[in-house]
Design a protein around this ligand. Sequence first.
Ligand code: SF4
Length: 963
Amino acid sequence: MLRKKTNGVARRPQGASILRDAAHKSVDRRTFLKGSGLAAGGLAAITATGGSVTKAKAQSANDAVNLVKSVCTHCSVGCTVIAEVKNGVWTGQEPGWDSPFNLGAHCAKGASVREHAHGERRLKYPMKKVDGEWKRISWDEAINEIGDQMMQIREESGPDSVYWLGSAKHNNEQAYLFRKFAAYWGTNNVDHQARICHSTTVAGVANTWGYGAMTNSYNDIHNSQAIFIIGGNPAEAHPVSLLHVLRAKEQNNAPLIVCDPRFTRTAAHADEYVRFRPGTDVALIWGILWHIFENGWEDKEFIRTRVWGMDQIREEVAKWSPDEVERVTGTPESQLRRVARTLANNRPGTVIWCMGGTQHTNGNNNTRAYCILQLALGNMGTSGGGTNIFRGHDNVQGATDLGVLSHTLPGYYGLSAGAWGHWSRVWEEDPEWLKSQFATVTGADGKEKNLMNLTGIPVSRWIDGVLEDPANTDQPNAVRAMVLWGHAPNSQTRMTEMKKAMEMLDTLVVIDPYPTVSAVLHDRTDGVYLLPACTQFETRGSVTASNRSLQWRDKIVDPLFESLPDEVIMAKFANKFGWADRLFRNIEMEDAETPNVESITREFNRGLWTIGYTGQSPERIKSHMANQHTFDRTTLQAVGGPNDGEYYGLPWPCWGTADMKHPGTPNLYDMSKPVGEGGLCFRARFGVERDGDNLLADGVSNPGAEIQDGYPEFTMQMLMDLGWDSDLTEEERLAIEAVAGPKTNWKTDLSGGIQRVAIKHGCAPFGNAKARAVVWTFPDPIPLHREPLYTNRRDLVADYPTYEDRKFYRLPTLYASIQKQDFSKEFPIILTSGRLVEYEGGGDETRSNPWLAELQQDMFVEINPRDANNLGIRDGAQVWVEGPEGGKVKVMAMVTERVGEGVAFMPFHFGGHFQGEDQRSKYPKGADPYVLGESSNTAQTYGYDSVTQMQETKATLCRISAA
Ligand code: SF4
């Protein structure tokens, strides 16, 4: 259904007007078909592209066709799906032509989401394993049995022995409720996929300039004069985003530079492809920056007024002479000089990265190095610039924002007493009761500590929560029950150990529309439950795209089979545990087990002041969805219509209450606009002084700011000092007084008054500071190159060693003790991994989709021809890929120059084969995905980021041999 475009805007097919006429005459679908002679597919297309998302008035109820708007669930671009529903059955779908994000385009995954919902291979009813056989049970039996077992474990071993692993597939309401649910259960052992895709981004970026998210948007790339992509392959991982990237390339003649160890489908579009050795991102960036500093191409005024610590970076970069960069990265020095000059001559340019950069033991260093490159070029806070960090799953941004994480409550409030105090106020909960739900441990200082204030075990390490001797951990007992709620276990490394961990658990619970690899990886005969969750097309709620915009999904069909929405399953468990009344105290219930979704949105609107999730009421988000056609395709701003002046999806921060009508913030830190109109500055998050330097912005502020300089974050005391407190209403003043009087700040004021008044005077509630190039709180304050744990460059280990072993996130974590062993003789090939366009994540849903399964039927490993020839391996042959920790996979060889010599690549979406064995017979009957294959992570090894515990999947070692 692609149409030629003019002026960069997709035009509707002319037939759309026929549809409008038809709709006005209340002609039903069948009558129209008869009259027009169009094929069914043609009508579906016209119907959707006409944008008339209204209920067709049918001549008979049986023929009524409803068009329902939803959002694709397969990546963070957020493409609109228009579903055609007849008699409660989803009969057809089209891409949304009015959506500013996808402009009528879909990739293969989005184009086949109907099969995702209507999938024949879904879990259809609750099941449990009894004596090795799957047995159908009722929901009541499931909740009672699982609930009893969990409460017994809680009694015997404490609440932390049950791990609640949530999902990037939750919508925002479910994500928020899930984090709250874990808090009421009494544990921080709660996490989700973001830990293993972009946690190093969130930590690195937030600690550089304030917020851990994509700064601009897919659409804003239209304004980029250069595009620099590193460790990302959007042509496969975010296909529709290429619409926007290629528009800049064609319209602005913007050079596209792609840095990747593998020549990807994205690289095929590049003007400059930079191949570099996996795991050397910092060295590569410093190599580019070396030329920028050497030639004085940095933006000196931007750095002077808005950046702290660049002098220290300059000293580090000076060590990275072109020959040293080439020695470490393998990239020719002449190429990096050319890249540096291109970036300097084409400003503003954007930097885009994905998991190629994040999934490393020093991933937080990589993400900060990318940020520093942009700060040096003065490319931040400007349209066309920014760090456009493409998130993975459809709601991984939202689930992160809503706090499905082991180190924070919703909104990145953290786990301090103050954070719990804030959320207790929002929830109107007794803080002492909440505290009593948690276990305590005795700290090294002999003092008792409540685990509510200590980070939980991250998902990347849950297996160590089971396998590690509790004496070595910071929690009282091992994990005994595991709930995998919308999580693909094959997206995680060390699968041979995961198998063992799964077998050691008392209880394994899988809650998912599909059985997932969790159903078959282990050899358990009992104690496994599979509970069928709905897809997002069978419920409703908001979802946050990568650019921080919120969109609303309407329900397309009622829950299929015996599946239930996540919020209902949570309510069932809360009822079983006896605290449903508390959990839903301020949430309307449609019945005892059905929370009202909009009411959940309104509850998080009342609490998420930190990142401005307060202005996006359900009504405002729905209005944007209904009026997508009124938004500009580049600026995302509505031109007239009911949302005039607002930015599509009210990208956070959307300050204050919904009544304040803040338009959302399209580009973070953009000082060209007033804060009240979507402008912003860097956040004053790291204090006001460091080493005698002022950390606040130097003499710059947003237009209209009444403080024409840097300033700290707003508190009630600050309002009083400025004399602005008189602008508060009496109601706001009372609410502020009730929190902490003059100490109440912009994050804890439940009235939004402090935010409102600060913005009234043109100021950002979170202050106006410099970004920091040096994060003095991190293990490497200045980003450093460190060799991967498993490296075959033994000559570099002495110069660029990894970290010393250390303990954090409750667990001992190994670095030097692994790196000091030389595995390079036995395992000489670097192993990396990535995505394919046909599949997503662990791949269970997409490999169960017949249209997608058809497209990619074999798991494979890419091997360079020289390596293949030396190993005696031919294209298409079966090979073993073995990792140094004993995991091995049997896959098909793809001999290709996509990978360089000495590097192998595997996609990570496959599962259902394990070390050469087909496990199809272990799935419940009829629920096995069409395509099975080895999981690349079976051969992947140990290795975790030094700040976030992100897993290392992009630079380990392997050996390959003919099978
Ligand atoms: Fe759009 Fe991503 Fe869905 Fe493809 S997978 S249709 S790019 S949201």
